[in-house]
Design a protein around this ligand. Structure first.
Ligand code: BGC
Length: 484
């Protein structure tokens, strides 16, 4: 094992993409500046109700709408080859439709894209990272099938406006999080609780919206613009709590089917949901007296339309779980009761300062292999990976860098030993930012942001200088300890 890596001298493949990621609502601020329309996170945070830490909002965030040049300095300081950011849909189209186009929004993103390119940095652009325009939410949001058409028009507008310069597109960020948190348990904006149906309906529309946008690109723009389109899927790696228990082994397969497989199988393989997911939801729905499964079905034409609609695989990896079979006796149907798993963090895994984020670097290698094996050996970009510190966070974050280093080492093993086709790695996040329900209490940045100072200064953590060394040399410093 070791020898393969030594052979490669801990060097990443030539042309490896080194990036960092952000998302519009988490960094931009300027929530109502220059004609921007409200999105669901503006509404959600403004309603208060202690759903977000200290009722904090993204109204100002890192101020990137006016401080883009400061962000650019950070990106240059790291020497990144790529920068991933998202477009605020309601900054460009205030009511979500092309009925009114906000030129100021176009100007802002034009500047970001042009500045990146002038500095030799490739933009990777996400069309929608959790912040649906409120006007579209008012018409049913992701729960309504109408969103497929709205999203397609928005995507077409973006390809048309920015596609002469942007070559890497991500349609939707982490559809499973939106499905489960925004429309099933209501913890995220818009806070809808439709237990047992919300997540499935949302995902169904998101998959169709993604696929339609992919076709629009390939039909109308690909020939001229030569870009690539995918979506970003988050996934935990998972292993049975008791590998000798058949129930736990099956539960682990179910867990993977209900997370990564839910989206990856239709999009990368055959246009349809994993059989384990279909059978579980159908069985529970029947027991509950539903006339048909709560998991919607794709028509034959839709399956045709969906399969193969990703030009590369975008993986957001943070953590791993041990899985135990668990039945939930609940009065009402729910995603959790359909899935029948209990997620467990092994006590030996360090916890970063965010409760769900157990640090398991080896999990990424297993996941890369799983994606290679189950998704037709795609080109993979790791579009997010990171570790949170709590506030206040020390600038010297040697422990956190150690987590990054171990993760990068596992990625090298994935590349050279397992032959996963990994082409890039993006840290979440370029700088500390609004961490959704955690507000500003958790810090994921390579750069520290001082929210108490009106100029919102960005200062590098130790991890930033260490990452810059890796980026510039395209290799990891050789570990001192012997590899296992
Ligand atoms: C999301 C980011 C988020 C990060 C850390 C990902 O799920 O895409 O927006 O900040 O994880 O929680």
């Amino acid at each position: 094992m070791t020898s393969n890596l030594q052979l490669c001298n801990y060097t990443f493949p030539k042309g490896f993409a080194w990036g960092a990621s952000t998302a519009a609502y988490q960094i931009e601020g300027g929530w109502d500046a220059d004609g921007k329309g409200p999105n669901v996170w503006d509404t959600f945070t403004h309603q208060g109700g202690d759903r977000v830490f200290k009722n904090q909002t993204g109204d100002v965030a890192c101020g990137s709408y006016t401080l883009w040049e400061e962000d650019l300095k950070c990106i240059k300081q790291l020497g990144l080859t790529h920068y991933r950011f998202s477009l605020s849909w309601s900054r460009l189209l205030p009511d979500g439709t092309t009925g009114f186009i906000n030129q100021k929004g176009i100007d802002y993103y034009n500047k970001v894209i042009d500045d990146l390119l002038t500095n030799g940095i490739m933009p990777m652009v996400t069309l929608n990272h959790f912040d649906l325009p409120q006007a579209l939410e008012d018409q049913g949001g992701w729960l309504s099938e109408n969103i497929v058409g709205f999203f397609n028009k928005y995507a077409e507008f973006c390809f048309n406006t920015f596609g002469n310069r942007v070559k890497m597109w991500i349609t939707i960020n982490e559809p499973s999080i939106v499905a489960k948190y925004a429309y099933e348990n209501g913890l995220h904006a818009p806070g809808i609780k439709e237990s047992g149906t919300g997540a499935y309906q949302t995902a169904h529309n998101m998959i169709k919206a993604h696929a339609k946008a992919w076709h629009t690109y390939h039909l109308l723009f690909k020939e001229k613009q030569h870009g690539f389109v995918s979506l970003a899927l988050n996934a935990n790696w998972a292993e049975p709590l008791d590998p000798t228990s058949e129930a736990d082994v099956k539960a682990t397969e179910r867990y993977l089917a209900f997370s990564l497989g839910w989206f990856a199988k239709p999009i990368f393989i055959d246009g349809d949901y994993p059989p384990l997911m279909k059978s579980s939801v159908a069985a529970k729905s029947k027991e509950q007296g539903y006339p048909s499964s709560r998991l919607p079905e794709f028509t034959k034409e839709e399956m045709q339309m969906i399969k193969g609609t990703a030009d590369f695989f975008c993986l957001n990896y943070y953590t791993t779980r041990k899985i135990r079979h668990q039945e939930y006796a609940q009065a009402r149907p729910s995603f959790q009761a359909d899935e029948e798993v209990e997620e467990i963090k092994d006590p030996s895994w360090p916890i970063s300062s965010i409760e769900w984020l157990a640090v398991v670097p080896w999990g990424i290698r297993k996941l890369l292999k799983h994606i290679k094996d189950t998704c037709n050996d795609p080109i993979i970009y790791i579009t997010e990976n990171g570790f949170a510190q709590s506030d206040p966070a020390p600038l010297e974050d040697a422990q956190r860098w150690e987590y990054f280093r171990q993760t990068l080492l596992e990625i090298l093993k994935g590349i050279y030993i397992d032959k996963a086709n990994v082409k890039g790695y993006f840290v979440w996040s370029l700088m500390d930012n609004f961490e959704w329900t955690e507000g500003y209490s958790k810090r994921f940045g390579l750069f520290h942001v001082d929210y108490n100072s009106s100029s919102l200064p960005r200062v590098p953590y130790t991890s930033a200088s260490e990452y810059a060394k890796v980026v510039s040399s395209n290799r990891l410093p050789e570990p001192e300890k012997k590899l296992k």
